[in-house]
Design a protein around this ligand. Sequence first.
Ligand SMILES: [Ca+2]
Length: 226
Amino acid sequence: MYDDSKLRNEIVQIVYALIHSPATVTSPDSVNERQQSNTDITQSSNMLPITSDPLFDPCVGNQCDVGEVCESLKNEKVVCILDKCNTPTEAFQNMALGKMCGQSSTYNNEHAEYAVDGLTNTAPHTQQDQSPYWWVDLGNIYNIIRIEVINRWSSGYRLHDLDITFGTKLDDMSMFSHYTGPAVDNEHLVFHRSRYTEGRYVKLTITQGPGILHVSEVFVIAYPVC
Ligand SMILES: [Ca+2]
């Protein structure tokens, strides 16, 4: 004789076995693997090849304005900042004022420094030399914007065939400008050079001598080179 309660227990066991069969059980390891896989996918989608390259420089090909330099930041960003080495932040100044000078010879104690004392009623004066010259040492290397010469108050005609040269050494000078002249008394001459010009020394030489060199003032308008 079959007991109803026994039959009911067997049915419950069969149903339990079907629900918990191995085919439908998900092991803890499988869950972890799927989660790990999803994590990998998420990480990969955030990794752009261009930013993962440690050699990538976002400033390459970036054109900042003239006088600015490009600085690389994180996340492919850049910033343009003022290039202090090539762009002056202050007004151009006469860098020759008060600097050390020399000349080919000295007449009547009118020494070379009279050309950089800021006064137009004083002037250095060479003797009559075959190629009289005068020079100034700016004390450091500067980017020279222009050179100005104020001629003497008298006998101004003596200023002619003038080579204006510049350089980092007195024995290695380059041409800044040439002035044929002759000049007149108190004439204010201004010489520009379009090319970038680095120099520490500026020299004036009369090339068609014999002659006498005496100018009241020489201005060297320049700014420091980093
Ligand atoms: Ca002077």
